[in-house]
Ligand binder design. Structure first.
Ligand code: CMP
Length: 171
């Protein structure tokens, strides 16, 4: 409830800034809970230089189940990559879509500047990699492969949404 009310005034990440943990780029020994970017699937093909760049801008955020991360209609300033746990995307047609480790969300508002297209809530405790809007285009420049992954994922999500809407229309 505390998270929910903070989210209502869109301050969850302002308030949580102190809890956004830095990440590691390389293979040096890690403390418990630290994230090694090389082990995150979308960064596995990255060079050490690319990983260092990502590590400078990415932060880790942990949240319990039931935390509202984006709310439909709100402005959006963060891109999220799921490290652990599951989130539920409340889509207009049909049952919520579940996103799991390795998947991402929050890219749409950062790409087109429009408000959040869906409410996203944590279905389990989660650990997320968070990248703020001001660093998102830097990330896409530093890791050009990411743009291809974004495009393919967006295409798949449109196809799945169309299929869901069609199935609902048939009922
Ligand atoms: P954004 O609109 O910034 O914030 C809500 C996010 O939910 C959105 O970006 C997408 O990342 C995600 N999202 C919206 N619709 C779907 C969908 N149909 N399937 C999966 N994820 C979605």
């Amino acid at each position: 409830m505390e998270f929910l009310s903070r989210m209502m005034d869109r301050s969850i990440f302002r308030d949580a800034r102190d809890r956004l943990e830095p990440v590691l780029s390389g293979s040096a020994g890690r403390r418990e809970g630290e994230v090694r970017l090389k082990e995150v699937p979308i960064f596995e093909g990255c060079s050490q230089r690319q990983l260092r760049s990502v590590a400078r801008i990415a932060r880790v955020f942990e949240a319990p189940a039931g935390t509202v991360l984006t709310r439909v209609g709100d402005p959006g300033d963060e891109f999220f990559l799921i490290l652990d746990g599951t989130v539920s995307v409340d889509v207009s047609a049909g049952r919520p879509v579940l996103l799991r480790p390795g998947e991402f969300f929050g890219e749409m508002s950062l790409l087109d500047g429009d408000p959040r297209s869906a409410t996203v809530v944590t279905a389990t405790p989660v650990r997320l990699l968070v990248i703020h809007r001001v660093n998102f285009s830097f990330l896409r420049r530093e890791v050009p492969e990411l743009t291809q992954i974004l495009l393919v994922t967006l295409s798949r999500r449109v196809r799945q949404a169309e299929a869901r809407a069609e199935r609902m229309g048939e009922r």
